[in-house]
Design a protein around this ligand. Structure first.
Ligand code: AMP
Ligand code: ZN
Length: 467
């Protein structure tokens, strides 16, 4: 079976050759944890989960390492923490926000049938590696210290006469054009408009860490260097696949690539750069800032996660998706039928044709067409046909429930407004944080009246339907 993948950097589909087939390594940029993830955020999670499953199938489960980070230091997190927990010291409030959001994210993507990555590093646990990279960049002449900031200089990178790639190659933009098009109101500490931040001072009360050499005051890292550091720590100076949404190509991935190549004197960071296309909802662009985003949680209130997963995979990962209610309804019908045909069937080996379709740059539309014909074989054929169909579905992250569970869960989910439950629980958490126990008890009673039992633990509050 030959795997080929489209590489954003070389702009072509190429045969995939791992650096070390006994240790295939993939890094995907993960969530910034301050709010519920939206259905657009679910796309890279599902797409790269399918790739992870395929790689495990091709190279062996123990020979694939998938790293997806958690960005737990960022302005938006600080703002949310100050808003939600005004009575707490900022650092404590931040920890509450990131822990709660991380748990919500895990619950959501588990429900979407995604395997957990091999490692999920947190940015705040890799500050030492970030400082090391920054020091290397300064020593190499690619970065400089100015007014307690450290800035990376793309122009210094491109002036270096060496094996380094040219800045702008990934995004297919020329540095000269970027310089010409740069904004006029550039921060005064930057030598050139295209320089970007590796390290910056923290405001009083904000999270801060000892700074790289040459800066006395404590500070915090820029976003791009976080991923360079975590990828380096867990996957080495070079690895096989780097993924994320198409919006990350520039500046995030261009900058990651620049930092890592310059720090380690390498010609490349990853062998293959993969990017999923954007998701829009009912024909409209979705964005957190416009406030029209649909969270995974909202959708899970109405649909089993596997329905959302199937709906996502109907479109090839590099094309844009228009997420519509009609599409989700069709996916639900398909899965009801698949459960009916195969739910309680034991499966051994997924179909070769399915694996082959995925091996062609994750051709999931073709894979789904194949599943429909496997379904027909299974419905009219023998035990082998049914086993092949069931095994193919499980390999792809479907059929995690029995036929009976599938039916009863669908009924339950329709009875309770999960969105309301989540919003009441977060109100209650806030009430408890400000020691308003009267209000928190009242909310607990309101939830009980809805048939919802809540449980508090160190990790946060979970709920279940009262039996
Ligand atoms: P963010 O939390 O915005 O950094 O996004 C996390 C991941 O979701 C990144 O890989 C983004 O590229 C991806 N992403 C964000 N919005 C969308 C969208 N509307 N469609 C597809 N992917 C998205
Ligand atoms: Zn990243």
């Amino acid at each position: 079976m030959h795997l080929s993948l489209y590489d954003t950097l070389n702009r072509e589909k190429r045969p995939f050759v791992p650096l070390d087939p006994a240790n295939v390594r993939m890094y995907v940029c993960g969530p910034t944890v301050y709010d519920f993830a939206h259905i657009g955020n679910a796309r890279p999670v599902i797409v790269f989960d399918v790739l992870f499953r395929l790689l495990r199938h091709l190279y062996g489960a123990d020979h694939v390492k998938y790293v997806r980070n958690i960005t737990d230091v960022e302005d938006k997190i600080n703002d949310r923490a100050a808003r939600d927990f005004p009575g707490l010291p900022l650092n404590e409030a931040i920890r509450k926000v990131t822990e709660l959001t991380e748990k919500q994210f895990h619950d959501d993507v588990d429900a979407l049938g995604c395997l957990r990555p091999t490692v999920e590093p947190r940015a705040t646990e890799h500050i030492a590696e970030m400082r090391t990279i920054i020091d290397k960049l300064v020593q190499g002449g690619f970065a400089y210290v100015a007014e307690d900031h450290v800035l990376f200089s793309p122009q210094a990178m491109n002036a270096a006469n060496s094996i380094l790639p040219r800045y702008g190659t990934l995004a297919n933009r020329s540095l000269d054009e970027m310089i010409a098009g740069a904004r006029v109101d550039v921060a005064p500490y930057k030598r050139d408009a295209t320089d970007f931040v590796l390290w910056k001072p923290s405001k009083p009360g904000e999270p801060s860490w000892p700074s790289p050499s040459g800066i006395k005051a404590e500070g915090r890292p820029g976003w791009h260097v976080e991923c360079s550091a975590m990828a380096w720590k867990h996957l080495g100076e070079q690895f096989d696949i780097h993924g994320g949404g198409i919006d990350l190509v520039f500046p995030h991935h261009e900058n990651e690539l620049a930092q890592s190549c310059c720090a380690f004197h390498e010609s490349r960071m990853a062998n293959v750069w993969m990017h999923n296309g954007f998701l829009q909802v009912e024909g409209d662009k979705m964005s957190k800032s416009l406030g029209n985003f649909v969270t995974i949680r909202d959708l899970l209130a109405d649909w089993p996660g596997e329905v959302l997963r199937l709906n996502m995979l109907k479109t090839h990962y590099r094309s844009p998706i228009d997420w519509t209610l009609k599409g989700v309804e069709e996916s639900a019908k398909t899965l009801d039928d698949w459960y009916w045909v195969a739910a309680d069937v034991k499966g051994e080996r997924p179909s070769d044709a399915v694996v082959e379709a995925l091996s062609d740059d994750l051709n999931t539309p073709q894979m789904i067409a194949l599943l429909h014909s496997l379904r027909n074989n299974a419905a009219s054929g023998n035990d082998r046909d049914r086993s092949e169909f069931a095994a193919s579905l499980r390999f792809l992250g479907f059929l995690s429930e029995s036929a009976a569970q599938w039916k009863s869960r669908k009924q339950q989910a329709s009875g309770i407004d999960m969105k309301k439950v989540d919003s009441l629980i977060s109100d209650r958490t806030a009430a408890r944080a400000r020691k308003d126990f009267k209000e928190s008890d009242r909310i607990r009673d309101e939830l009980a009246a809805m048939g919802v039992v809540i449980k508090d633990s160190k990790e946060g509050t979970t709920w279940e339907i009262a039996r």
